[in-house]
Design a protein around this ligand. Structure first.
Ligand SMILES: *Cc1c(COP(=O)(O)O)cnc(C)c1O
Ligand SMILES: [Zn+2]
Length: 373
């Protein structure tokens, strides 16, 4: 317990080693026994740091936080069926990535690291840049050249060194990986401490439902940092005896870039890089998710599935949701298109939770274009 374990060679490392992958090149997982002293939790302010005994940061003085609160969980009617939506686009930097960034950058501070690198389609970069700014840690953020101006402005405003890389999202990742030879890689794809933050989504949902587990949780999947965190979080609640089952996880991918959904459909045991097509859901446009195999296994283990959505379905969903008063980015509208498809097969009394991941103000010109089409 309380160690890093390599998923490839089972090598073990201390939680206080400044590594983000194994010497063998394998992905690391955090092995840590989370506990949930409900009385103590209840006495603390709302927000993910109230699950203090479930977060592997040793010293409170290393916590980097904007005193984030619980994100609202709002019931939304989809043609007569209700889905509970967590409004994670209301976090300080406008996306759920703040969950991962807060815990990861706290860890970075604990490790006394002064400079980190990250690559992103924009939102993870913004979140890492903001929490680094709060912590006084330098950061280099690599983004694809096509990243929307709102996200670029946000990253630069926080004082990050911004690197706009010509080409694809994958080219930005390769550039960051090269820079990670010299600096600690605060990657939401590789770094296992990011998942220690995204897992708090599960804790919050369970608590907002009075400590029960929903039947299913529908999340978008790019790299899978959200889905893997949600899976880990519900497993920790189960192991601690707080809930009695894991919800089915439903992963949503854009049909134009669906490497994990394809593997699931073909009943494959691994995920392979695909030739992706362009998608307006830039936040989930990941052709070769490094934890793809882990995402696939998690969804299979909980009896979940994947659903893919077309560009037209994403656009329609975006126009529909804005008219309901939710201003979210196109990537998040992919989830709505997926919800609509899932509800065609869900049972009438199923408790379904989903998430709006990113704020619309990050991509206004894209949204205007979609509205005017
Ligand atoms: C990052 C992101 C996603 C996808 O999350 P992964 O952790 O990469 O699967 C979905 N929506 C938005 C708005 C994002 O920024
Ligand atoms: Zn290894």
């Amino acid at each position: 317990m309380d160690k890093l374990i390599c998923r490839s060679c089972n090598g073990e490392f201390s939680l206080s080693e400044a590594i983000w992958r194994c010497e063998c090149g394998g992905l690391l997982d955090v092995d840590f026994r989370a506990s949930f002293p409900i009385d103590k939790i209840n006495r603390r302010p709302s927000g993910f740091w109230r699950y203090r005994e479930a977060i592997p940061i040793l010293d409170d003085k290393n916590i980097i936080s904007f005193n984030e609160e619980f994100t609202p969980m709002v019931p939304l009617d989809f043609n007569g069926k209700e889905v509970l939506i967590k409004l994670d686009y209301l976090f300080p930097t406008g996306s759920f990535k703040d969950r991962g960034a807060s815990i990861l950058i706290s860890k970075v501070k604990e490790l006394r690291i002064k400079r980190v690198v990250e690559d992103s389609s924009g939102n993870a970069g913004s979140a890492i840049a903001a929490y680094c700014a709060k912590a006084g840690i330098e950061c280099d953020i690599f983004v694809p050249d096509y990243t929307p101006p709102g996200k670029i402005a946000q990253i630069e405003s926080y004082g990050a060194r911004l690197h706009r890389i010509p080409g694809t999202r994958e080219d930005a990742a390769h550039s960051a990986l090269r820079a990670a030879k010299d600096y600690y890689y605060a990657s939401h794809h590789w770094n296992p401490f990011f998942l220690q933050g995204t897992k708090t989504f599960a804790f919050e949902v369970a608590e907002q439902l009075d400590w029960i587990s929903p039947d299913s949780v529908i999340v978008p999947v790019g790299s899978g940092s959200l889905l893997l965190g949600v899976y880990k979080g519900f497993n920790e609640l189960l192991n601690a005896g707080i809930i009695d089952r894991i919800p089915k996880l439903i992963g949503i991918q854009a049909a134009n870039c669906a490497p994990v959904a394809i593997s699931f459909k073909e009943n494959s045991n691994d995920v392979y890089e695909i030739d992706k097509k362009e998608t307006i859901a830039e936040g989930i446009s990941i052709a070769a998710p490094v934890r793809g195999k882990q995402v696939l296994e998690s969804v299979k283990n909980c009896g979940g599935k994947f659903i893919t959505v077309s560009e037209e379905e994403i656009k329609e969903s975006l126009r529909w949701i804005c008219r309901k008063g939710f201003f979210i980015e196109p990537t998040s509208a992919a989830t709505i298109a997926g919800i609509n498809k899932y509800l065609k097969e869900s049972s009438p009394d199923e408790v379904i939770v989903s998430i709006f991941t990113g704020h619309g103000l990050k991509t206004t010109e894209k949204i205007l274009k979609i509205l005017n089409e």
